[in-house]
Structure formats: structure tokens, C-alpha cells
Design a protein around this ligand. Sequence first.
Ligand SMILES: NC(=O)c1ccc[n+]([C@@H]2O[C@H](COP(=O)([O-])OP(=O)(O)OC[C@H]3O[C@@H](n4cnc5c(N)ncnc54)[C@H](OP(=O)(O)O)[C@@H]3O)[C@@H](O)[C@H]2O)c1
Length: 257
Amino acid sequence: MRQLMPPPDSPDTAVDDDRLAELYAAGTTEAARWLRVNMVSTLDGAAMGADGRSGSISSDSDKSVFQTLRAWSDVVLIGAETARVERYTRLSHEHGRADVRRPGGPLLAIVSATGRVDVDRLFSADGGQPLLLTCRTADPDAVREFSARAGDDAVLIAGDTAVDLPTAVDELTARGLTRILSEGGPHLLGGLLAADLVDELDLTIGLEARGGEAGRIVQGVRLDTRFAAHTLLGAGDSLIGRWLVSRPESPDGSGRR
Ligand SMILES: NC(=O)c1ccc[n+]([C@@H]2O[C@H](COP(=O)([O-])OP(=O)(O)OC[C@H]3O[C@@H](n4cnc5c(N)ncnc54)[C@H](OP(=O)(O)O)[C@@H]3O)[C@@H](O)[C@H]2O)c1
């Protein structure tokens, strides 16, 4: 992997795991909360492969960034469909480099209007307490099943028929989970962008076209969100970028609130 942008100070442009961690930590510690979204797409814009999952369009360099971002995070936020399709289990304590990660590793927080997650699968691996971010019209049996396994304080209710994302994110922050990483999917990303909760999009573009009917990385809402390039890395299989949401009104124009 090589650093393309900004041009590195030294002639050595190679990016190893330590350099990758440095590049992805830069600028995130000054804010009281930082929410980034990590997504992968093909060069022709597909957010999933023919099997309906994102793993089949991922690459070795994408996996390195994925692990680096998990190491940085206090909580991994995902939509319930991603939890179902990508067969998420709660996150193991091993996720993330020991020297930088949250003690115990990141928690997993699932956003769901129905409250329906596969609790058996979730608990089929060791890990920290998973959280369910849901709303008042959720299926009461599903919510009861979740809290019976994860604990009453693992269920956060925000909103009536959908999760009020600003309230849910504030609740995570109030629990000290201030480094928030969303791993998608496209509908959750649309909701987070529409609510102006995203500080940064981390996008790996695989150097391939797959055609087909697959959706894009954002779905469900119309947006007019602008980004500014922060870092661009190149690998044999991917182009990897950190894109900050542009908030020209922010004090230093950096996008930081
Ligand atoms: N390319 C990538 O980087 C990437 C990343 C992640 C996922 N994916 C792919 O994306 C596909 C799934 O797409 P998707 O857009 O359906 O995934 P998603 O956004 O993860 O899940 C949508 C579901 O999340 C819940 N949800 C999201 N926002 C909500 C809100 N504000 N309030 C209440 N519930 C909310 C709902 O769950 P309920 O139905 O339970 O109410 C909704 O049906 C899969 O094929 C997956 O592999 C790709």
C-alpha cells in the first residue's frame, strides 16, 4: 500500500500497519465525538457482490483498513440487515491492536426498527455486550429476547416507528462510546448522512467492475452531502480514501463540529 495524498514528507511512500494506524487516527482525537463509516465498493459502484455480501468485493488492503478502523473504535454501529446478511456475532476482545483499542475491544450496536436480530448467532462468539438501538414499535418479543441475553441496559429505545439516529448516537456518546465506527449498510449510511451525523467516510474502491444489479453504498434518501479528501492510498487491488464531510461553517473549515 502506498500513500498518494497528501504527498508524504519522506520519499518512502510505503504504508505498513503502524503507518496505517497513524494515518487513520489523525484528526479524530480532538473532537468530543467522531463518527466514521467504513464501506467498500467496486469501481462500477456495487456495494455487494453476486452473493449479496460485501466480503466478496473486499480485498487484502480493504481488510487491513477494516481492522485498523475497528482497532480505533469504541463501538461498531450496523444496520440490522447487515447484521443478518453478514452474519455478525458480537465483537471479540481481540479486535483491535491492544495498545490503541478500547479496553475489552469495541462493542457492537445494531440499529433496528423491528428489533429482530439473530440473538443465537450474535452470542455464538465471545465478546463484549451487544447493544440494540430500536424504537417504540419494535416487536416486543424480539426486544425481550435480546434484553434477556444481553441485559436490560443493552436496549436503547429512541424514536417511535424508526430509530431517531441523533438521539441514539447521543446515547452512545453519553455511555463514553465516542469513537463510533459504522460498518453500514447502505440504508443506515443514508440515515446517518441525512441526519448530518457522519464526520468521515472511509471508502475502499476495488479495482474491478462486476455489473449486475447491486445497489450503491448509500440507499433510501436523497442527499447533498459534500466531502473533502483527507487521505488517499493506493494498493494493487484498491484505491482507499478517507473523505471528511465538508462543513464549511465549522470553525476551521475542517468539517469538525
Ligand atoms: N459495501 C459495503 O461496505 C457494505 C457494508 C455493509 C453492508 N453491505 C451490504 O448491504 C446490504 C444490506 O443493505 P441495507 O441497506 O438493507 O443494510 P442496513 O442499512 O444495514 O440495514 C437496513 C435495516 O437496518 C435497520 N435500520 C436502518 N436504519 C434504521 C433507522 N433509522 N431506524 C430503524 N431501523 C433502521 C432496519 O432494520 P429492521 O429491518 O430490523 O427494522 C433496516 O431494515 C447487504 O447486502 C450487505 O452485505 C455492504
